[in-house]
Design a binder for this molecule. Structure first.
Ligand SMILES: Cc1cc2nc3c(=O)[nH]c(=O)nc-3n(C[C@H](O)[C@H](O)[C@H](O)COP(=O)(O)OP(=O)(O)OC[C@H]3O[C@@H](n4cnc5c(N)ncnc54)[C@H](O)[C@@H]3O)c2cc1C
Length: 410
């Protein structure tokens, strides 16, 4: 069996793990990235047809990481947001220029973002890129970590293992870190749709009794549609022909974007809130969905996960700069500092997202009325809109250097 040694081993090369590998490049730390899906595989689950709304903090980070010029070519800015309570009177409109920003976010497909990240990490001098390779065992010691990988059974030693292996993280389980899971009993059906009216920078978010319905602009004039339904209804809708599916979408959403003409492949995502009780353990740290998997209602999951990666990279860069080759990036003080820097942002975004799902799913007498009045009040309040637009930069706590457009190194 072959053996090798690195400072940091990242398990999972999805959107968040790949971003961390890129962010660590200037630190000089020896890093390994282990991803089970082959780089050119269309099956890569993190890089599928989903659309992701990248916030302004994420845009800044990608600028600092040198990939924004590529991403922006296929990104659609969200300049307006229209929020409504389906079948009721409550609605609110937000205009980016009234909030002093160019856009609330930029919509890209995960596939395109994955391609940009993958090409950026394909040739980094300090990165041992193992793709496809599966991490099959994790043993945590006081002084380091031993990782078993397949194929080509090999042993990898690291000072720190980063779990970026998604909501069902095996690394998290191997480290004995508990996570709570709440099933929302909702399924998001994602598709790309063309209509008689091209996307013009407006994003629509409608709250329905079964869950939120989002229509997002895409760079080529099409729309990314996220239709959330109860599991039984989702099963029925997934079995529709394209024609019936478009007719059902049109009935549900109305004619705001004209008549719906064609639809691409449909993918379904059962929605859950998963939340690790602690972010770190002995020589292990959780980031991205391995730390928290959120409902997509507010488009926050990746943005939050990227701030995990940016904060970790910045912290490890500080340790490497102070201690050089002797740097112990997995020391418990380093991990405690990471958990403390991430706490407010993580808590805030998780509560905000979960609260939105529950507020708009609440049908108790009086609640829908109060909700609609609040939406109308919100519509009249520039201050409330300014406050909401700040979510695009991060929720609370310290903004990592990358999120401010700076490199990870001081
Ligand atoms: C419908 C929908 C819409 C969304 N919209 C938005 C949005 O608009 N904005 C936003 O910010 N977020 C959004 N999100 C959330 C976002 O997609 C996720 O937060 C993000 O993809 C998480 O990335 P990740 O890299 O942490 O995890 P994942 O994408 O789950 O990646 C984990 C990776 O680990 C690999 N892996 C797993 N086990 C192993 C192993 N043992 N060995 C090696 N590799 C392994 C997997 O192959 C995978 O590539 C949305 C989510 C959904 C479902």
């Amino acid at each position: 069996m072959s053996e090798s040694e690195v400072d940091v081993a990242i398990i999972g090369g999805g959107l968040v793990g790949a971003s961390l590998a890129l962010a660590l490049a200037p630190t000089g730390l020896k890093t390994a990235l282990i991803e089970v899906v082959a780089p050119d595989a269309n099956a890569q689950p993190s890089f599928d047809d989903r659309t992701t709304a990248l916030g302004n903090g994420t845009r800044r980070s990608f600028e600092a990481l040198g990939i924004w010029s590529q991403v922006t070519l296929r990104a659609a800015p969200i300049r307006r947001i229209h929020v409504s309570d389906a079948g009721r009177f409550g609605f609110a409109r937000l205009e980016a220029n009234e909030c002093g920003i160019e856009a609330f976010g930029y919509v890209v497909t995960n596939r395109m973002l994955g391609t940009a990240l993958r090409s950026a990490i394909s040739n980094l001098p300090n990165l041992d890129l193992r793709m496809p390779a599966k991490c099959t065992g994790v043993v945590l010691h006081e002084q380091g970590v031993e990782l078993a990988t397949e194929p080509a059974a090999s042993l990898l030693r690291a000072r720190l293992v980063v779990a970026a292996d998604g909501a069902d993280s095996k690394v998290r389980a191997a480290a004995g870190l508990a996570a709570s899971i709440e099933d929302y009993r909702q399924v998001a059906i994602v598709s790309h749709v063309r209509s008689s009216r091209s996307a013009d920078g407006t994003a629509y978010e409608r709250f329905t009794a079964q869950g939120p319905f989002a229509v997002l602009p895409l760079f080529d004039g099409a729309y990314g549609v996220v239709w959330t339904l109860a599991p039984e209804a989702a099963e029925r809708v997934l079995a529709f022909t394209d024609e019936d599916y478009l007719a059902a979408l049109q009935r549900e959403f109305g004619w705001r974007i004209g008549s719906l003409l064609s639809v691409g492949k449909r993918n379904a995502y059962p929605l859950r809130l998963s939340r690790a009780e602690t972010l770190t353990g002995q020589r292990v740290v959780l980031i991205g969905n391995a730390a928290q998997g959120l409902h997509p209602v507010a488009g926050q999951g990746f943005n939050l996960g990227l701030r995990d990666a940016a904060t970790l990279a910045e912290l490890l860069a500080e340790v490497a700069r102070r201690h050089g080759r002797a740097a112990d990036v997995g020391a418990s003080q380093v991990l405690q500092e990471f958990a403390s820097r991430r706490s407010a942002d993580r808590e805030g975004v998780t509560r905000f997202t979960d609260g939105l799902v529950k507020l708009f799913g609440d049908t108790r007498p009086g609640v829908p009325l109060l909700r609609d009045l609040s939406l109308l009040l919100f519509d009249l309040s520039p201050t409330a809109k300014q406050a909401l637009s700040r979510l695009s930069w991060g929720f609370a706590g310290r903004t990592p250097r990358l999120g401010r457009g700076l490199g990870v190194m001081l």
